[in-house]
Structures are given as structure tokens and as C-alpha cells.
Design a protein around this ligand. Sequence first.
Ligand SMILES: CC(C)(COP(=O)(O)OP(=O)(O)OC[C@H]1O[C@@H](n2cnc3c(N)ncnc32)[C@H](O)[C@@H]1OP(=O)(O)O)[C@@H](O)C(=O)NCCC(=O)NCCS
Length: 165
Amino acid sequence: MVVPKGEISTRLATMEDSRTVWSWRNESLTRLMSINSEPISWNDHQNWMRLSIKDKNIILLIAQKDLVDIAVVKFETKEKSTKLTVHINLNPTARSKGLSRNILLSALKHAKGIRDYNDYTLSAQIKKINIPSIRLFKSLGFKQTKNSSGLTTYESKLSSIMGCN
Ligand SMILES: CC(C)(COP(=O)(O)OP(=O)(O)OC[C@H]1O[C@@H](n2cnc3c(N)ncnc32)[C@H](O)[C@@H]1OP(=O)(O)O)[C@@H](O)C(=O)NCCC(=O)NCCS
């Protein structure tokens, strides 16, 4: 499929994306904003990538713009649960350009095409210092549901996220 210039598209991640996703994961801002801020070893990352690609409860997507990989988005649910956790990490070179909202919407549309998530609640755990992430999720209508030291949970029914039909 030819994607018009400037548009964001998403595709399923493969093991060929492993090194790119690893480099983004170990980048300093991503580590600071992650619950586990330790550097991730290549072996641990490869195992995580393999499991994430294989697990039917996980959808791991790569977002692209003008053929450049600009983000990884992971959706994860558990058996018999209607909670869908979301993780997003942008290529450091793509950050702070106002792209994150459309990346997330594009990834959500992709995920909904794979599985019927209409009754699901999307959930993101965000560090209180992570202002861009908080603004991103709030802009999509997510509301704060839990608050523990340093970490806040933001949630929204998937069906009520605008622009994601
Ligand atoms: C969180 C993340 C996805 C946001 O994407 P981004 O490209 O940086 O943000 P955008 O440019 O799309 O902007 C989103 C909002 O954050 C604000 N913002 C962007 N960069 C900012 C910065 N450096 N400081 C403060 N606010 C910032 C924007 O103004 C915008 O808010 P607005 O819509 O109210 O104006 C991205 O920074 C990232 O991948 N961070 C590292 C991993 C991470 O933290 N993931 C989320 C874990 S919960």
C-alpha cells in the first residue's frame, strides 16, 4: 500500500525491528520515564520482543512517516480482562513535533482492526514528571483513575476516544 507523504501509518513489528526498538528503549528520556529505569540488555530485549510478537494478547506496532520508523506502540490485555494497557515510545528524533496524538490514534485503529476492543478500557501508567505523555493522554479524553507515589493511571473507554472510529 502506498502511504501519501506526511501521513502516519502503522505495521506489526517483526524481529527485524528489534535493534531499533532496543535503542529507543535505552535512550535516556525513555529510561527516565519508564517504571524500570535500568538499561535493558540485548538478550533481555530480544526475549521481550520475541514474546511480545508471539503473544496473542499483545499487539506490537511500529508507526512510520515518510518511510521512517517513528514510534513503537504496544497494547496488552490479559485473558478474560477488558483492560488494554498502552505503551508508546517515540523515536527520539520524532519527539516534540506534535506527532504523538496521531501516532496513537493510528495505532488504535490498527489494533481495533485486529480485535474487537470496543468494550475495552485503555489504561496508561504515567510518571507525574512526564508532562508530554500526560498532555497526550488527556488530549484524547483519558481521565486520572489512580494515583500512587510518582505514578498516575489514566484511563478511557476505547469507544469514547474521538478520532478512533
Ligand atoms: C510521551 C511521548 C510519546 C509524547 O510525544 P511527543 O512527540 O514528545 O509529544 P508531542 O509533541 O506530540 O506533544 C504532546 C503534548 O506534550 C507537549 N510537549 C511536547 N514536548 C514537551 C516538552 N518537552 N515539555 C513539555 N511539554 C511538551 C506538547 O505541547 C503537547 O501538549 P499540547 O497538546 O497540550 O500542546 C514522547 O515524548 C516519548 O516517546 N517519550 C519517551 C517515552 C515515554 O515517556 N512514553 C510514555 C510513557 S507513559
